[in-house]
Design a protein. Structure first.
Length: 261
């Protein structure tokens, strides 16, 4: 075969291969590579959307929880509505905070509100929440009187949903905790909680409370997910002290709530 004939034969073979297109193996390899690239792109998109959703949910939880605890602290810091009044009321407990509060520039207020903030734990499809009820007082300061607990409140408001208790050492921490001075003639706050009888404060125990702490977590689903989104629950904690002036360490000081002596 001459050189010209051989070259003509090679060119004919190449033209035939070009006309035939890709082989089956080449097509399968290209298809697999395309699927891999598409899968990676969708995974990145899904991760990005989930991360944006997580950030938005955490920002919402931060805003809601912070608003609630700031308002509670403002009300608690306005609980000394008259000298030597008892700000924390009987029947308060780890899941129910009953206190009086009112904002005004007067030294003694004629009418105040009794607030009850109740922690309702999650149950079934119900998300845990904090609910606030309030009643208006009658009587004269500091001997305010309020309607019975069963009386329809003047206002009822759900403060926040998705609430859970703190956990420390595998134990749930009460949402509301109460503290007094370590003695009637000492200015040191006790680190021992006033828990009352059966977890409920009676009048004599409530009268000793000079500090109370509010602590809870908030999460969009009212449960803590186990995935990378587990940082969504946000913790909130703050305390209020019921004094009109700093406590005294002198032997004549009584150091009761809402007093300046």
């Amino acid at each position: 075969m001459s050189i010209g004939a051989h070259q003509h034969s090679v060119a004919a073979v190449r033209a035939a291969q070009s006309a035939a297109g890709y082989t089956l193996i080449e097509t399968l390899v290209a298809l697999v590579l395309g699927l891999v690239v598409t899968g990676i792109a969708f995974s990145l998109l899904s991760f990005t959307l989930s991360d944006v959703s997580r950030i938005n949910e955490r920002a919402t939880v931060d805003q809601n929880g912070l608003h609630v605890i700031e308002n509670l602290m403002l009300q608690l810091h306005s609980a000394c509505v008259a000298p030597e009044v008892t700000p924390i009321r009987e029947e308060s407990s780890g899941e129910a905070l009953r206190f009086i509060s009112e904002e005004n520039t007067k030294a003694s207020l004629e009418q105040v509100e009794l607030h009850e903030v109740i922690y309702k734990p999650a149950s079934g499809n119900f998300k845990g929440s904090l609910v606030e009820k309030s009643w208006l007082s009658s009587g004269t300061p500091p001997n305010y009187t309020f309607p019975a607990k069963a009386t329809t409140p003047n206002t009822t408001l759900t403060l926040v949903k998705g609430v859970k208790q703190f956990e420390e050492g595998g134990k749930a921490v009460p949402v509301f905790r109460y503290y007094g001075f370590s003695g009637t003639e000492t200015g040191y706050l006790s680190s021992t909680e006033i828990t009352g009888s059966g977890g409920i404060l009676h009048a004599a125990e409530a009268a000793k409370v000079v500090k109370m702490t509010v602590a809870f977590t908030v999460t969009p689903e009212a449960n803590e997910p186990n995935s990378f989104k587990s940082d969504r629950p946000v913790s909130f904690e703050d305390s209020a002290i019921f004094r009109l002036s700093p406590s005294s360490e002198t032997s004549s000081a009584t150091n009761i709530p809402c007093t300046s002596s």
